[in-house]
Write a protein that binds this ligand. Structure first.
Ligand code: ADP
Ligand code: ZN
Length: 529
């Protein structure tokens, strides 16, 4: 393809039309392509489905030499290369799935200048022979795809990505373009620093996905809630259901299958063949539901995913945004639905407490979780909150759950004081600590076996909380946890006070809370009757 290219400023536009069959560039593509064709470094932040690939594929075709693409998505390389070849682009890849003969063939094509694009797994660059191979040919540019894999806090972190700064050191004159769908300032800075992209121009596309409806709901019977969503709003639609653990992936997939929903499991514990088969069925068949851990999805380009459901809380807003971004790439309406509850906060905090790494690392993880919790507990428009996190301002969307059913906020100070003082008294008067279930039993004045046995019905706080229901107390506990007014610790998730909690208990600090919409409905009903 490279040879037949006309010269002059319109070459990129011509490649776009002739090779890819598209009439016009989208959004920032033109500016990015021009910049990289001209030899500049670029850092591209564009949402999933925004069209990042053309940003390096076209410069690779226009510039002299072979464009080298670093990608962690080994499982997709064959597909990507096949798709390019079908367009007449001379593409190849090198990764661990190939045998020696296949590798030799690609290496020979590279050296002979018979490739336009070469896809490389990042670990290839650890081998001196790959570096020498690149020295022996002409590289037109380096594209670093999924560049957020260099960010150390993230769930996509790949150690091999840290080594990619060597590209600049070894080939200072070859332009580099790093691309990601992850967009906070912090991640952007981390990518620029770690990849030594200090002089790169940054291109930041809008992160709004107007066709996605964001909804975050209180979790009570998650599988049932999911099934209701699928039956009432998405019968026969393709979608992705994310779960935290392999076990819950298996259970949820079985549950859905048992209810007549065509669902397949996907997680890193399945063998490679099963994973590949499920992935390709999901891509090729209509209306399949993939139940998966976050191991699934990066690089998957299926336009008609109608919903992404989370049965567990994502670890960060960035992860949530990326995962939900897989819905509705075709621009048609799609749903991002998340069920979230008390136990999610307990579980995530525990995972952070027991995670490897130093304190700074744990603090970063905790900050990411806090931002995710703030999104869950907000009374603002979800989209406004989400875009705000990515540094983009916007106005209420009118389409998310908080826009459609504005949650009330209420003064939860007294409720918080009751719950916190129960925890405080258990510690002070009985020198003991308990999980939320038992604390709520005490508040509600329930004479359970444990309450009787521990003599907790003689506590001064016994029964002081009978103005709220159990579900409401759990919502209070969840929000106190999210606001760090309460902490959990240990294997059993026992509740303890925090310094901020002391302020509520002893220094009159106010506690605004969000009323979960079901409760708002119930309260309204109670008022009517
Ligand atoms: P990303 O990597 O950002 O998730 P892709 O590069 O896979 O997105 O592009 C998403 C989809 O949009 C692909 O199907 C691609 O062919 C299409 N696309 C990209 N750029 C254009 C364009 N300028 N005109 C029409 N379609 C485009
Ligand atoms: Zn909204």
């Amino acid at each position: 393809v490279g040879d037949e290219m006309a010269t002059g400023g319109g070459r990129a536009a011509e490649v776009l039309r002739r090779v890819f069959g598209y009439e016009a560039f989208r959004g920032e593509q033109q500016a990015i392509v021009d910049h990289v064709v001209g030899g500049g470094d670029a850092l591209v932040l564009m949402p999933t489905g925004g069209g990042k690939s053309l940003c390096y594929q076209i410069p690779a075709l226009v510039r002299d030499g072979v464009g080298v693409v670093i990608s962690p998505l080994i499982a997709l390389m064959q597909d990507q290369v096949d798709a390019l070849r079908a367009l007449g682009v001379r593409a190849g890849f090198l990764n661990s799935t190939q045998d020696l003969d296949e590798r030799r063939l690609v290496e020979a094509e590279f050296t002979a200048g018979e490739l336009d694009l070469l896809y490389l797994a990042p670990e290839r660059l650890r081998s001196e022979s790959t570096l020498r191979l690149l020295d022996g040919g002409k590289v037109s540019l380096f594209a670093i795809d999924e560049a957020h894999c260099v960010a150390q806090w993230g769930h996509d972190f790949r150690r091999d990505y840290l080594e990619l700064s060597l590209l600049h050191q070894r080939w200072p004159d070859v332009p580099r373009i790093a691309l990601t769908a992850t967009a906070t300032d912090a991640t952007r800075r981390e990518i620029a620093t770690r990849l030594e992209l200090t002089g790169a121009r940054h291109f930041v596309a809008s992160f709004d996905r107007p066709n996605i409806q964001y909804r975050i709901t209180a979790k009570n019977d998650p599988k049932r809630q999911l099934l209701d969503l699928l039956r009432t709003e998405h019968p026969g639609d393709a979608g992705i259901v994310y779960c935290l653990s392999r076990a819950s992936v298996e259970k949820t997939a079985e549950y859905l299958a048992g209810k007549g929903v065509e669902a397949l499991p996907y997680h890193a514990g399945l063998d490679a063949r099963t994973r590949a088969e499920h992935q390709s069925r999901f891509l090729r068949e209509d209306g399949l539901v993939m139940v998966a851990t976050i191991a699934f999805g990066m690089g998957i380009d299926k336009p008609d995913v109608r919903f992404v459901a989370h049965l567990d809380l994502p670890k960060s807003v960035e992860g949530y945004y990326q995962e939900t971004g897989r819905a509705g790439r075709d621009g048609l309406p799609a749903t991002a639905w998340l069920a979230y509850g008390y136990q999610d906060v307990v579980q995530q905090r525990r995972m952070i407490d027991t995670s490897e790494g130093d304190d700074a690392h744990r603090r970063r993880l905790a900050a990411h979780l806090d931002a995710m919790l703030a999104l869950c507990e907000t009374v603002r428009c979800r989209r406004v909150q989400l875009l705000d996190y990515f540094g983009q301002s916007s106005t209420p969307c009118g389409n998310c759950d908080t826009c459609l059913t504005p949650p009330e906020s209420w003064d939860g100070t007294v409720a918080a004081q009751k719950l916190l003082s129960t925890v405080w008294r258990l510690k002070r008067e009985r020198n003991d600590e308990f999980g939320v279930g038992h604390v709520v039993d005490i508040l509600l004045g329930r004479k359970t076996a444990k309450v009787i046995q521990k003599d907790h019905d003689t506590l001064k706080v016994f029964g002081v909380g009978d103005d709220l229901t159990e579900a409401e107390w759990r919502s209070v506990a969840r929000q106190l946890l999210a606001q760090r007014l309460l902490a959990v610790k240990g294997e059993y998730g026992v509740l303890t006070l925090t310094e901020a909690g002391d302020e509520v208990l002893f220094r009159g600090r106010q506690v605004p809370l969000r009323r979960d919409p079901q409760r708002a409905a119930k309260a309204a009903k109670a008022e009517r009757t």
